[in-house]
Design a protein around this ligand. Structure first.
Ligand code: NZQ
Ligand code: ZN
Length: 392
């Protein structure tokens, strides 16, 4: 096993009505002026935004608002947010939304606390030295940004989607009321479940030793999400199922699931980020569309690991050749994706990939001459082949 540092400094306030505590929570963090950051319509329509603002007012905290964050959050709004916060003297960021809104707030936080162009972080030209403090009100269980060290931003020019990781951006608190996710359309619920599972699978399907305890927690988390995602498609207002998935989203991506093992493979995330940058697809759906092709391309490096996955997630018997068990597990996962309405190739995702686009995606994925993946290290030609297999 590998030595590790586990740091999860986010205070979780979980349960019904918790959004009404947000003013007090910001105050505890020393906020004197808050940016309430949000997306399109959902938080306004549900009345959540009004409740959040009322809580800030009750705590005597002045605030400004900035909405308009879109999925695959854009750099231009991040710049706008930085400017607004500087002008207004904002010292605390309060994203109200899903991963895109939280990530946009993280980028604004970096921009406020550093004096270089914030995109230089995502372009890996600079390292952050600080980030303005952030607290989140979560409305979508998916990305895990409420506890993660990561943020992902898309630069409109060139359709470049890039992530930046640093403990500096971890939320000080996250308010998590499962009822706030009742209004999610089934497609977003399914995308969220897929992303949560993938955050664990990226860490689980690795080519080095892991800890038994971490493996067991990962398996339980994946099975829990599968079970409850299926319930939610029939009963979107099932509180318990929403709660199970919401907590899973945070635990899947706060670092707990790679304790004692390598940091993860992450090739599917990199493959998806290029699809997101080029076609603006939903992140979870993009992951489902490439996962099976990635898995079939790499599993022979260590089929036993995929066979273990097949056995413990789907109960597929491990007899004879582990390669056969591995392949059955990959098929079973794709079957699950289909059952919740997720695509299993890029055509089903709604994109017809041309050979030219495949070459561009692979080239962009290898920016700066990098390789991706840990289970099997992938170069540009491998990536091209996986996109071809995933084309559909
Ligand atoms: O804008 P509104 O109207 O709020 O609609 C949003 C959006 O259209 C809607 N939504 C959110 N909460 C809702 C709701 N609709 C109804 N009821 C609610 N309660 O859902 C849509 C998608 O929202 P978004 O925030 O984009 O989804 P998600 O949380 O999946 O975040 C995706 C982004 O996070 C990045 C992804 O790449 C993508 O850009 N990721 C961030 C990570 C991180 N920071 O740790 C890790 C992930 O791997 C991921 O890469
Ligand atoms: Zn993800």
């Amino acid at each position: 096993m590998t030595d590790f540092i586990f740091q999860a400094p986010t205070k979780i306030v979980f349960g019904k009505g918790t959004e009404n505590q947000v003013g007090q929570l910001c105050k505890e963090q020393g906020a004197t002026k808050v940016l309430v950051h949000f997306g399109g319509q959902s938080a306004k329509k549900s009345g959540l935004l009004d409740r959040v603002c009322a809580s800030l007012e009750k705590a005597g905290l002045p605030y400004v608002t900035l909405g308009g964050v879109v999925p695959n959050p854009r750099l231009s709004l991040v710049y706008e947010g930085i400017e607004l916060c500087r002008k207004e003297g904002v010292d605390f960021l309060l994203p109200v939304g899903g991963g895109s809104v939280i990530d946009s707030a993280k980028a604004i936080g970096y921009g406020l606390a550093n004096d270089f162009d914030v995109w230089d972080l995502y372009d890996h030209k600079h390292t952050a030295t600080a980030c303005a403090p952030i607290g989140a009100v979560l409305t979508l269980a998916a990305a895990g940004s409420e506890m993660s060290d990561s943020s992902v931003i898309t630069k409109e020019e060139g359709g470049i989607k890039r992530g930046y990781n640093s403990d500096l951006c971890r939320c000080k608190f996250a308010v998590m009321n499962p009822e706030l996710t009742y209004t999610l359309p089934p497609y977003q619920t399914a995308c969220g479940a897929t992303d949560i599972m993938m955050h664990v699978m990226e860490r689980y399907l690795v080519n080095e030793d892991t800890m038994t305890l971490t493996d067991s927690m990962s398996e339980a988390l994946i099975r829990t999400v599968m079970e409850n995602a299926s319930i939610l498609l029939k009963e979107p207002e099932n509180y318990k199922a929403r709660a199970e998935i919401m907590w899973a989203s945070s635990l899947a991506h706060n670092g707990l699931m790679n304790c004692g093992g390598p940091k993860g493979d992450w090739a599917c995330h990199q493959l998806e980020h290029e699809l997101g940058g080029m076609f603006d697809v939903a992140h979870g759906a993009g992951l489902a569309a490439v996962w099976g092709s990635w898995a079939r391309y790499v599993y022979q490096e260590k089929p036993q690991r995929f066979a273990q996955f097949a056995n413990r997630i789907f109960g597929i018997a491990c007899q004879g050749d582990p390669k056969e068990t591995a392949l059955k597990g990959i098929e079973a996962m794709e079957e699950f994706y289909r059952s919740i309405g997720m695509p299993v190739n890029v055509r089903e995702l709604g994109c017809e990939l041309t050979e030219e686009q495949i070459a561009t995606l692979a080239e962009k994925c290898c920016f700066g001459g990098r390789t991706i993946g840990q289970f099997r290290v992938l170069r540009q030609e491998d990536i091209r082949e996986i996109y071809r297999m995933a084309k559909g």
